[in-house]
Ligand binder design. Structure first.
Ligand SMILES: NC(=O)c1ccc[n+]([C@@H]2O[C@H](COP(=O)([O-])OP(=O)(O)OC[C@H]3O[C@@H](n4cnc5c(N)ncnc54)[C@H](O)[C@@H]3O)[C@@H](O)[C@H]2O)c1
Length: 349
């Protein structure tokens, strides 16, 4: 039998554990998988582009589990009452191919993206960072804010969105969080002033330059989340030139990240190298570090493992039969209960 998790099931897990526990435990799963990077089958995701957006498949596997995620990115969707990003996926046992878990991954993508951002910032941002600018206050934004608050101790958020309604929604959603001050600004340039960390999580199918070099201050860590597709960027090329740039999986980021603007030999470091101590992170307090995030299949693999364990612990999720269990696995035809009644029809045929 396979476990099926709906969005409300995942929301229930989040409510039962609380954000701190969710972020810290998911971070442990992610970190442990990043630390054994070499054990994974890795490939850039398979993308199907259209005029309005993209639909992508993201597979990966280690020797025990295989996972994939289906995810879209359609920046115009909110105008049609749909989310920009929607996702679902599965975890299967490599030894037999048996599907173990099928889950919603829309909510889970927001959680794992926020945890990945926090994991990267914990390794790359200046120690003692407390102030974060959050540009783009849509679906992902509160998750980013909470992960940075819980994991890094961010206590002040400078927020800006071209849609003032999105910022009001964020303020109202985060009003209950103790120790987190949210300050609204009228432009990106004002919001990023004096920030230790700048997170950009905007959605626009365009070569946007949300951050320009004049906005970058010594010591900043830039967490660029929204430029994740060919023809969709957030950083001016000179922002990338300002610092060492860190990526998840280089072959994928060269196609999809802000990095798509740069020549093929522009130097980047994969995050796993910093996490394992094999690569250099921030050298000096005044360095500018840039995490050009696009989202990699390994993060969904970790999130699916986390979901499976959490669902089991809390007894959440339906059990469904997506593959038949028969006394004789070769007798698949026996599963068709109408087999006998269709025989005369076939004979007549
Ligand atoms: N890197 C990853 O792993 C990852 C994961 C999930 C989503 N994303 C990307 O993150 C982005 C945001 O996703 P979402 O689900 O929050 O989308 P969303 O549509 O819900 O929110 C995006 C927000 O950006 C705002 N915005 C657009 N242009 C802006 C600008 N110039 N300045 C300020 N704000 C601006 C919009 O008004 C909107 O409120 C998308 O591009 C998505 O593809 C990346």
């Amino acid at each position: 039998m396979t476990t099926l998790l709906s969005t409300s099931d995942v929301a229930k897990i989040v409510a039962l554990q609380g954000p701190e526990q969710v972020f810290s435990s998911m971070l442990d799963y992610l970190l442990s998988d990043f630390l054994r990077w070499q054990e994974f089958d890795k490939s850039a995701r398979v993308a199907s582009h259209s005029r309005t957006g993209v639909i992508e498949l993201m597979p990966t596997a280690d020797s025990e589990f295989y996972s994939f995620k289906y995810v879209n990115g359609h920046p115009g969707n909110p105008q049609a009452g749909l989310s920009t990003v929607m996702a679902f996926g599965a975890l299967a046992r490599v030894a037999t191919g048996e599907p173990l878990l099928i889950s919603e991954l829309t909510l889970t993508t927001a959680l794992r993206t926020a945890v990945t951002s926090a994991l990267a910032a914990r390794a790359l941002a200046r120690p003692g960072s407390r102030k974060m600018a959050l540009i783009g206050n849509g679906a992902q934004s509160e998750f980013q804010a909470l992960a940075f608050h819980c994991v890094l101790g961010i206590d002040t958020l400078h927020v800006y969105d071209v849609d003032a309604g999105a910022t009001r929604k964020l303020e109202s959603n985060l009003a209950w969080v103790p120790g987190l001050r949210v300050v609204r600004f009228g432009s990106t340039a004002e919001a990023v002033k004096g920030a230790d960390i700048v997170t950009t999580v905007t959605a626009d199918k365009a070569y946007a330059t949300i951050l320009t070099p004049d906005m970058i201050e010594p010591g900043m860590h830039v967490n660029a989340v929204g430029g994740d597709c060919p023809g969709k960027t957030e950083l001016h090329a000179d922002v990338l030139r300002a610092g060492p740039v860190f990526v998840e999986y280089e072959p994928q980021t060269r196609i999809e990240g802000d990095l798509q603007q740069m020549p093929a030999d522009f130097a980047v470091t994969e995050l796993w190298r910093v996490l394992t101590g094999q690569g250099q992170g921030r050298r000096r307090a005044e360095d500018v570090t840039i995490f050009d995030s696009v989202g990699f299949a390994l993060e969904d693999f970790s999130a699916l493992r986390w979901l499976r364990d959490a669902a089991r612990r809390h007894g959440i999720g339906a059990r469904i039969e997506v593959a038949p269990r028969t006394a004789d696995p070769k007798n698949l035809f026996g599963v068709v209960s109408e087999a006998r009644s269709i025989q005369p029809a076939l004979a007549r045929g």
